[in-house]
Design a protein around this ligand. Structure first.
Ligand code: MSP
Length: 503
C-alpha cells in the first residue's frame, strides 16, 4: 500500500523552532511506522517562500529574495537532517517544478470559471497577509488577532476563487467521512464555520513585484501566497513516477492553519476534479514553561535549546518526549524543562533502560549470554493486547496512546522480574527450566518493545537489537510484533546502559 504524509511548508522567513520540529518529527514517526509496515511511503516537507515579508527581510539585509530564501531554506533542511528526519523530498515554492504546476492549476480554474476577476474590499491583516471576514474583524476590534496591529481597509481588483460553490459538497464529505478532519473538536469547529456560509476568496494581489507566481495571462497579478503554498502537496507528486501517491493519506499541521487545509484546499481540489486527501489532522500547540511562545516574549524553544537537549539527553529522548507528551490531541501541551527531564529519568532511564539492562545482565550471569529454550509464554497474552492497541493507535495517529501502552508493558515486564526473582531461581538447580522460561520471556518482551519503538527512537531501538544479538531490523513490523520470534540459541551482544542517568 502507498502512504503519503505531509507537513506544512514552513515560512522561510522564520528560524526553525520547536513547533516546526514537532510537526515534522510526528510526520517522521508516522512515515517510519508505515515504512516498517512495508508500505510504499512518501513523506514531504518544505518551505513556503513567496510571502511579502521575505522581500522586506531580504531588502533589509541587502539580499535578493531568492538569496535570503536560499539561506533560510537551507537552515530548515539542515535542522531536519540533524534531527534525523527522513523526508523523501523537500519542496521549495520558489522552485520551477512547483511554479509551473501552480500556473497550470490556476489556469484550469480560470477555464472552469472557478477563478474569476472581481473587486474586493475588506479588512486586511498585513502581518498574516489575509483578509478577515467582517464578523471576525469586529470580534477582534479591528486589530490583528496575531500581532495586535490595526487591520487596514483595503480595496483591490482581484482574482477570486468561487469557494461559495463548495459549502455543500464539503459538508457532505465531512458527513460521509467523519474522520476526514481530526481531532473531533476541530472537525466540529470547521463544520460550524462552514454552516455560517462561505464567501468567495481573493487569490491574487497586485504590486507584488517579481517575487511570487503570476496569474497565467495576467502578469499584473501575483497568486496569493496561501493558494501557492497549498498547491505544494499536489505539485510535488504530480509527475508520472509519483502520481500514484495522490491523494495524500494525511496532511499534518496545527490548529492555526486548519481552515486553509480543511476548507480552502479541499474546495480547490474539488474544483480541479482531483481526489481529496484522506485525512487532515490538526494538532494543538506547544507552549513554553506555561506561556504562549511569542516573538515579544522571546520565549521560543529555539534551535539552541533543542541542540542542547539533544547533546545532553540524545535525539531519541527528545523524539520520545515530543511524541509521548506533545499536543497531538485537541489540547495544548507545556514544554517544561523539568518535565522533559522527569520523563527522561522515569520512562526512559528507570523503566526502559533498567528493564533492558537487567534482562540482558541476568542472561549473561545465569546462561552465559545465550537465549534459552522454553515453551512457557507467561507474558504472551499481555504482549498481544499491548501491540494490538499499539498498532490501532499508530494507525489512527494516536502516537501518545501507542507509547503509553508500550510504557505499561515495560512496567509490567519490570514487575515480572520482581515477581519471579530470577536471582532466587538461579540458586535452586531444580528450578533451571523455570529460570529458562523467565529469562526467555523477559528477552522476548525486550525484543517486542524494540520493534514497537523503532519508528520513535530508531537509534535506541537499534542499540536494543544489537545488545540483544538480533541484528538490524529487516522484517515487517506487524509480523515482528508476534510473540515468540526470538530464536533460542541467540548469543547476545555487549551490554551497555541505554540512558545514562541525569540529575
Ligand atoms: N507557511 C504556512 C503553512 C503553509 S502549508 C500549505 C505556515 N507556516 S509556519 O511556519 O507558520 O508553520 C505553521 C506550522 O508550524 C503549524 O501549523 C505547526 O505545524 C507548526 N507550529 C508552529 N508553532 C507551533 C507550536 N507552538 N506548537 C506546535 N506546532 C506549531 O503557517
Amino acid at each position: 500500500m502507498k502512504f503519503y504524509v505531509t507537513t506544512p511548508i514552513y515560512y522561510v522567513n522564520d528560524r526553525p523552532h520547536i513547533g516546526h520540529v514537532y510537526t515534522t518529527t510526528i510526520a517522521d514517526i508516522v512515515a517510519r511506522y508505515h515504512r516498517l509496515c512495508g508500505d510504499d511511503v512518501f513523506f514531504l516537507t518544505g518551505t513556503d517562500e513567496h510571502a511579502a515579508k521575505v522581500v522586506e527581510s531580504a531588502a533589509q539585509r541587502g539580499l535578493t529574495p531568492q538569496q535570503w530564501a536560499d539561506q533560510n531554506a537551507q537552515a530548515f533542511q539542515e535542522t531536519f537532517k540533524k534531527l534525523g528526519i527522513a523526508n523523501d523530498d523537500f519542496i521549495r515554492t520558489s522552485e520551477d517544478r512547483h511554479k509551473t504546476k501552480v500556473q497550470q492549476y490556476v489556469g484550469e480554474l480560470l477555464q472552469s470559471g472557478d477563478v474569476y476577476l472581481g473587486e474586493y474590499e475588506g479588512w486586511y491583516d498585513a502581518g498574516q497577509e489575509e483578509y478577515l471576514p467582517e464578523n471576525k474583524a469586529k470580534e477582534y476590534e479591528f486589530k490583528s488577532p496575531f500581532n495586535g496591529k490595526p487591520l487596514v481597509r483595503k480595496a483591490e481588483k482581484n482574482y477570486f476563487f468561487r469557494l461559495s460553490r463548495y459549502a455543500e459538497p464539503l459538508l457532505q464529505r465531512i458527513a460521509d467521512q467523519p474522520d476526514f478532519i481530526q481531532p473531533n473538536e476541530r472537525r466540529n469547529e470547521v463544520v460550524n464555520r462552514i454552516r455560517e456560509g462561505l464567501n468567495d476568496v481573493p487569490i491574487s494581489r497586485t504590486g507584488a513585484g517579481d517575487w511570487g507566481i503570476k496569474v497565467p495571462g495576467d502578469d499584473a497579478h501575483t497568486i496569493y501566497v496561501w493558494i501557492d503554498a497549498l498547491i505544494n502537496y499536489l505539485s510535488t507528486v504530480d509527475t508520472p513516477e509519483r502520481s500514484k501517491y495522490w491523494p495524500a493519506d494525511v496532511h499534518l499541521l496545527a490548529k492555526d492553519i486548519l481552515w486553509f487545509h480543511a476548507v480552502i484546499w479541499p474546495a480547490m481540489l474539488l474544483a480541479l476534479k482531483r481526489p481529496l486527501p484522506a485525512h487532515v489532522y490538526a494538532h494543538g500547540f506547544w507552549i513554553s514553561e506555561g506561556q504562549k511562545m511569542s516573538k515579544s516574549l522571546g520565549n521560543f524553544i529555539d534551535l539552541e535549546r533543542i541542540d542542547r537537549y539533544v547533546a545532553d539527553y540524545g535525539l531519541d529522548a527528545l523524539r520520545y518526549y515530543l511524541a509521548s507528551n506533545g499536543p497531538l490531541a485537541a489540547n495544548d501541551s507545556d514544554f517544561a524543562e523539568a518535565k522533559f527531564i522527569e520523563v527522561y529519568n522515569t520512562d526512559l532511564a528507570n523503566e526502559l533502560g533498567n528493564l533492558v539492562n537487567r534482562a540482558l545482565s541476568m542472561l549473561n550471569r545465569y546462561r552465559q549470554g545465550v537465549v534459552p529454550q522454553t515453551t512457557t509464554a507467561d507474558l504472551r497474552a499481555e504482549a498481544e493486547k499491548t501491540f494490538t492497541v499499539y498498532r490501532t493507535s499508530m494507525d489512527k495517529l494516536d502516537l501518545t496512546g501507542a507509547l503509553a501502552e508500550v510504557r505499561l508493558f515495560v512496567i509490567r515486564a519490570n514487575r515480572y522480574v520482581e515477581e519471579n526473582a530470577p536471582w532466587k531461581l538461579a540458586k535452586a538447580p531444580e528450578q533451571a527450566a523455570r529460570l529458562d522460561a523467565v529469562l526467555y520471556n523477559l528477552l522476548e518482551a525486550v525484543r517486542l518493545i524494540s520493534v514497537a519503538l523503532l519508528p520513535v527512537m530508531p537509534t535506541i531501538a537499534g542499540q536494543m537489537r544489537t545488545q540483544l544479538g538480533v541484528g538490524e531490523f529487516t522484517g515487517k513490523l506487524p509480523e515482528e510484533l508476534a510473540w515468540g520470534r526470538l530464536p533460542a540459541g541467540t548469543k547476545i551482544g555487549t551490554v551497555a546502559p541505554l540512558f545514562p542517568k541525569k540529575v
